[in-house]
Design a protein around this ligand. Structure first.
Ligand SMILES: C[S@@+](CC[C@H](N)C(=O)[O-])C[C@H]1O[C@@H](n2cnc3c(N)ncnc32)[C@H](O)[C@@H]1O
Length: 288
């Protein structure tokens, strides 16, 4: 990698060199886009332009971080989630594609309610699910609550809230453990959560996840179900009659979560697959 650009250095050259170093042309392009503060076609239009010294230094730093194993998303400092481009760093979980499907399920329930709707995203992290819902639901009549026990995570969610435009007026942020964060009399049409659900000591986690992502966002007790149990037990007190609970679960937790929901008297219980066909989303309704 060059450390000082000469007159002949162009973004086309830097992209190629970065792709060779990382053996990944797509990652190299995203890093070059971020270093050059361009995006998509804008980057393609500057391929024959020279970078500034500062841009090359930024690219060098990002490539070095990624080569130590830091996930690309943290190195870039942003990642897309549905229609949003979210700021992210090590204070929050990297938003996943399967969680976009979870947000889609919550959106389906929330969009069917009217003329007003209240949605709660418990354990919001970067704000991914709740902010996507605020962005995609009608501006008029929508209220979305984002909660987290981590003050650091809520700082990131707040930064992302500032970036979503007019619909930000519909969003409330509250700190605290699960339902403790909410006003006691709040009744929602939809409660959605991607809680920690990996079993403590699990060897299934990729090294990059275990080493870089916050443990508090991942680990859910001996069987991974501790937080899901709290959410299933508490949600009926905060849902309107017929309100929907939508929870992201581990691929091997479908039967156990169905049992928890059945034992707590929820109705219309479904365990839905993610994009890869694995059990990943539990949905249920509070009995009328
Ligand atoms: C799996 S991450 C999900 C983050 C984000 N919703 C997403 O889908 O990308 C779980 C989140 O739950 C939060 N969390 C963990 N324990 C919590 C608790 N007791 N109460 C509220 N939030 C909690 C973590 O801080 C983390 O942000």
């Amino acid at each position: 990698m060059p450390h000082a650009p000469d007159d002949a250095t162009t973004w086309r050259g830097l992209w190629g060199e970065t792709a060779d170093v990382l053996d990944d042309r797509t990652a190299a392009r995203w890093l070059c886009e971020t270093a050059s503060a361009t995006f998509g076609d804008e980057f393609l239009s500057i391929l024959d332009d020279p970078p500034t010294v500062r841009m090359v230094r930024r690219l060098d730093e990002m490539v070095a971080r990624h080569r130590t194993g830091e996930p690309l998303q943290y190195v870039l400092g942003h990642w897309s989630f549905r229609r949003l481009d979210l700021a992210i760093d090590r204070r929050v979980l990297i938003p996943r594609p399967e969680t976009e499907v979870v947000a889609g399920a919550a959106l389906e329930f929330a969009a069917a309610v009217g003329p007003t709707r209240t949605v709660v995203d418990l354990g919001t992290g970067s704000g991914a699910i709740g902010l996507a819902l605020a962005d995609e639901l009608p501006i008029v009549g929508t209220t979305v609550w984002l909660t987290d026990a981590s003050a650091d995570a809520l700082d990131v969610a707040r930064a992302n809230l500032a970036g979503i435009g007019r619909c930000a007026q519909n969003v409330r942020i509250a700190a605290g453990s699960w339902f403790d964060a909410l006003p006691p009399d709040l009744r929602a049409d939809v409660i959605v959560s991607n809680p920690p659900y990996v079993a403590d000591g699990s060897t299934d986690l990729a090294a990059s996840v275990a080493e870089w992502e916050p443990a508090d966002a991942l680990l859910g007790g001996a069987d991974g179900l501790d937080d899901i149990r709290v959410i299933v037990a508490g949600a009926s007190d905060h849902l309107r009659p017929d309100g929907a609970l939508v929870i992201e679960i581990g691929a091997d937790q479908g039967a156990a979560v169905r049992r928890l929901l059945t034992d707590a008297d929820y109705g219309d219980i479904e365990i839905r697959p993610d994009l890869a066909g694995r059990d990943r989303i539990a949905v249920a309704r509070r009995p009328r």
